[in-house]
Design a protein around this ligand. Structure first.
Ligand code: NIG
Ligand code: FE
Length: 395
């Protein structure tokens, strides 16, 4: 029988995690950057004639990681806060003292666009090296029309330079900037009447996000902002219930948000809203954050999964509350702190994350038609995923 040419055959893996019923085997064939076949080595060799081959023995093949929640546009880190927290100052108190998000805002505003792009490029390179092939990336350290647009252009240009598939999110509602502290309504007007429309016009972001929290935005402000964003055609992604329950989860569900993230302070009412919501709003689990912030409280992930709420696991990579771009590390914390199984954690950083971004038909799984971006993990089997920490299994 004539064999069909393909570009690559990756063969002989210990396992291939596909997340697609009926698609299984130990080998994968790729043509033109897309998976064309998954199966056992003998049958794939009988059907395909590869230009190149990779021996995957001893490894597990998994879909390329998708990080569905990152804040990569910051100019410098905030390592000093790490010490302050060790001395007992908590995250919201640091913000009240003018540190936190607003100190990153100062640095981003002062950074010129070329340099900012280089920094974001560096972050995307690190993420790619750790197996993240696609990500969501938020602005949110600019908080003015110019600095937010600059941040979103830096995301766009860094994506182009690195080949990372990026889904940009406008987070102009991350915090009230210092110049509007005494007149938050003026900033809300700016967000709703100038910034959101401009970002939409220029096509700089596909989604809009807001931080609903004491010291950030209240529920009334969030409703106005999210309704306006929705009207302008943005998908909605929301930060809520990180420290305090303000009703942000119910609002996100009501407005059909793609996801609501953090959820450490989720109540039974919020859980019920997520479980019963008509358009499925994903629970964004960020388990490395409470670790980084030395908190003892975690999102009630088991309850969410048991209630059938769709979910993903993400890093929340940012300088203040979670300084890791590694999804393997986030998966470890998902296993330790959220009591997810290895499969559940892996699903959260692949298929779940891709589905939440609306790209689950071409990323997050290994099956014919999907992107050929999959990973060889140096693991004997899937149960070892998220078991080790402090080292990266991506080969
Ligand atoms: O998702 N919670 C709000 N925003 C980020 C943290 C940003 C920062 O501290 O710089 C988060 O944790
Ligand atoms: Fe975040």
């Amino acid at each position: 029988m004539e064999r069909t040419p393909c570009d690559l055959l990756v063969f002989g893996a210990n396992d291939v995690v596909t997340w697609v019923d009926g698609v299984a085997g130990d080998s994968v064939a790729v043509l033109d950057g897309k998976v064309v076949a998954v199966g056992d080595q003998a049958s794939l060799r009988a059907a395909w004639n590869p230009a190149e081959e990779t021996d995957a023995s001893g490894s597990v093949l998994v879909p390329g990681f998708v990080d569905a929640h990152t804040h990569p546009v910051f100019a410098v880190g905030r390592a000093e806060e790490f010490d302050w927290r060790a001395q007992g100052v908590d995250y919201l108190e640091i913000a009240r003292r003018g540190g936190g998000i607003l100190s990153s805002v100062k640095n981003v505003r002062e950074c010129d666009e070329g340099r900012l792009t280089e920094i974001v490029e560096g972050h995307f390179q690190r993420m790619l090296g750790l197996g993240t092939m696609a990500c969501e990336a938020k602005s949110g350290y600019g908080l003015s029309l110019d600095a937010e647009c600059k941040s979103l252009r830096a995301i766009r240009d860094a994506a182009e330079l690195t080949g990372m598939e990026v889904h940009p999110t406008f987070l102009g509602a991350h915090m009230i900037p210092a110049e509007h502290r005494d007149a938050p309504d003026v900033y809300m007007d700016l967000l709703c009447e100038e910034m959101l429309p401009r970002v939409a016009d220029e096509g700089l972001a596909r989604a809009a996000d807001i931080f609903i929290e004491e010291g950030a935005f209240n529920l009334q402000q969030a409703r106005r902002y999210l309704e306006r964003a929705k009207e302008l055609g943005f998908a909605l992604r929301v930060h809520a219930d990180q420290f305090n329950e303000l009703g942000g989860v119910q609002l996100a569900v009501e407005l059909g948000a793609e996801c609501v993230d953090h959820l450490e302070a989720l109540t039974d009412a919020g859980l019920e809203a997520l479980a019963l919501g008509e358009k499925k709003t994903f629970a964004g689990l960020l388990p490395a954050v409470p670790h980084f912030l030395r908190q003892s409280i975690d999102a009630p992930a088991r309850k969410l999964l048991d209630a059938g709420v769709p979910y993903f696991v993400a890093t929340d990579f940012n300088p203040g509350s979670c300084y890791t771009p590694s999804l393997a590390e986030a998966a470890h914390f998902a296993r330790v702190r959220l009591c997810l199984t290895a499969s559940e954690a892996l699903y959260g950083v692949t298929a779940g994350a891709a589905d939440s971004l609306g790209i689950g038909d071409r990323r997050g799984r290994i099956a014919p038609g999907y992107e050929g971006d999959f990973l060889m993990l140096d693991l004997p089997d899937i149960h070892h995923f998220g078991y080790a920490f402090g080292e990266c299994p991506v080969m």
